[in-house]
Write a protein that binds this ligand. Structure first.
Ligand code: SAH
Length: 252
């Protein structure tokens, strides 16, 4: 059995209880060493075989899993954040399907929600934005033309760019296709890690801020008017607004 486990954004206590238990019970752990906090491996049981997938190909990780299965062992495949977001799990699941190996997924705290937490930020403010666009700049992995940052920018919704640190000017240019220059933006580097950094800027100053930071990876770019000062009240706590739990006449 293989468990894909979301390790969370970095801080070792931001893994789920289930994920922590799966790590403690695993015979084999394959972790994404470039991004997963190695402190999470402290829970592994003595004798657990630990592999860093940063140095391995898909064929090599599959071979480790195949070997473990043949011996009736349990493997944890530890991914940063939540495995469903840029986790490259689909190709691994496909391999396991071909090999007839069972698997399941334990979700994790994605870095984009960790970034909101460290910014003390709500991404969905009434009257400002009720949507969060998660995307990335094209890199070695291409992005479909119809999903260009520039075309999403037309919505002026809250946007989170993964895997885009370093491509500052390309991001700025495409964001400007839809967002005004003074739209607030933030760069969050290693959210919840000890060396976390937060840089605030605007879409117009994103490239110079990013360049000056020296940050080239493990960062998110967050853009949108929700990052601004205004905070209109939501309907949820409005005394005139009824919810399933509270009628507007029932003031207790
Ligand atoms: N599955 C992960 C994302 C993997 S892709 C998740 O759900 O978060 C790797 C990218 O995620 C990095 O390039 C960076 O853009 C982002 N990332 C991962 N951890 C991060 C963190 N702690 N702080 C900021 N960005 C992070």
């Amino acid at each position: 059995m293989v468990h894909f486990v979301g390790a969370g954004p970095g801080a070792p206590d931001l893994i789920t209880i289930r994920g922590k238990k799966l790590i403690a019970e695993a015979d084999v752990i394959i972790y994404a060493g470039s991004l997963v906090n190695p402190q999470l491996l402290n829970d592994a049981k003595p004798g657990c075989a630990i592999h860093n997938s940063a140095y391995m190909t898909l064929d090599e990780t599959s071979a480790v899993i195949k070997h473990a299965e043949a011996e009736g062992l349990t493997t944890v495949r530890l991914h940063t954040g939540d495995p469903s977001i840029y986790g490259a799990i689909a190709e691994q699941m496909h391999e396991l399907d071909l090999l007839g190996i069972r698997y399941d997924v334990c979700p994790g705290v994605s870095s984009f929600v960790a970034a909101a937490a460290v910014l003390d930020q709500e991404y969905t403010k009434p009257g400002i934005s009720q949507s969060v666009i998660i995307t990335r700049a094209a890199g070695r992995t291409p992005v479909p033309e119809k999903e260009r940052i520039g075309s999403f920018a037309a919505h002026q919704a809250t946007m989170v760019l993964f895997l885009s640190a370093g491509k500052w000017e390309a991001c700025r240019e495409q964001l400007l296709e839809g967002y005004p220059e003074d739209t607030p933006a933030a760069i969050v580097y290693k959210a919840t890690w000890e060396d976390e950094r937060i840089l605030r800027c605007t879409v117009g100053t994103l490239a110079e801020t990013g360049e000056a930071s020296g940050i080239t990876g493990t960062a998110l770019i967050i853009v949108g008017d929700v990052l601004g000062e205004e905070a209109p009240k939501s309907k949820l706590y409005d005394p005139a607004f009824e919810t399933a739990f509270r009628s507007s006449h029932n003031k207790r």
